[in-house]
Design a protein around this ligand. Structure first.
Ligand code: DC
Length: 222
């Protein structure tokens, strides 16, 4: 049986940074499920599908072949044979992903892919419903969160460092809107699994969070 670590939490909690670091130290594959939902969202944007139209999204998502490969230890996402990885981390794609990921047909398709990956390899997988739906039997479950104020500030610093002009209040409002959608949708809403360990990173450094998660993993070794 493979060894699986599930990390769920809201947007901007630092899941991917932490999961990538833990993967390296524990020799696990890092599976970023948000990137799969983002690739599907990019497809819907390109095809000009209305994200609120469940029938249209359900039909169209059958035309999107999403596959994952690992190149130099990094996850690379292919959409119908095209490497779309560099196109996924924009606000436009993130907001569309929050909408299209609420559609059951999209979730069915991507959850199946995620479960296959987890069966085949020891991995750390991050997302919104990993501990609750995708990997209910994961050996380790973590719910990583931080206040919306702290998450907005981190995102603001990241964008400013890249030379992008942005507004802190706007970023915070976007984060809160996305949290609300992810937590209140009907299918697989974001919530802490009953057996998940809560880690609030609001007052912690990245290194402290990594150490805390490695410590939690030590309690349920392979
Ligand atoms: O983690 P992220 O920002 O890359 O995720 C983008 C969107 O995809 C997010 O708004 C919610 C959705 N998502 C999801 O519904 N389930 C997952 N397991 C991962 C992401």
């Amino acid at each position: 049986m493979s060894y699986n670590v599930a990390i769920d939490g809201p947007a901007g909690a630092g899941k991917s940074t932490i999961a990538r670091a833990v993967a390296r130290r524990r020799n696990l594959i890092y599976v970023d499920t948000g990137a799969m939902y983002r690739a599907m969202a990019l497809f819907m944007l390109r095809e000009r599908v209305d994200p609120g139209d469940a029938d249209a999204v359900g039909r169209k998502c059958q035309e999107a072949d999403i596959t994952i490969r690992y190149e130099n230890g990094e996850q690379v996402v292919y959409l119908n044979g095209e490497n779309v990885t560099p196109l996924l981390r924009t606000e436009e794609v993130g907001n569309m992903a929050s909408l299209t990921s609420a559609q059951p047909a999209v979730r069915r398709k991507l959850v199946e892919l995620q479960q296959t990956l987890a069966r085949e390899s020891d991995c750390i997988m991050d997302g919104r419903d990993i501990g609750t739906c995708v990997l209910p039997d994961a050996q380790v479950k973590i719910y990583l969160t931080a206040s919306s104020q702290v998450r907005a500030r981190r995102r603001f610093d990241e964008l400013t460092a890249r030379g992008e002009k942005c507004d802190l209040a706007r970023i915070r409002a976007d984060i809160e809107e996305r949290d609300d959608r992810d937590m209140h949708r009907e299918t697989s809403p974001l919530r802490q699994a009953e057996d998940a360990v809560l880690v609030d990173s609001s007052e912690m450094t990245v290194e402290e969070v990594i150490d805390r998660i490695l410590e939690i993993c030590e309690k349920s070794p392979r």
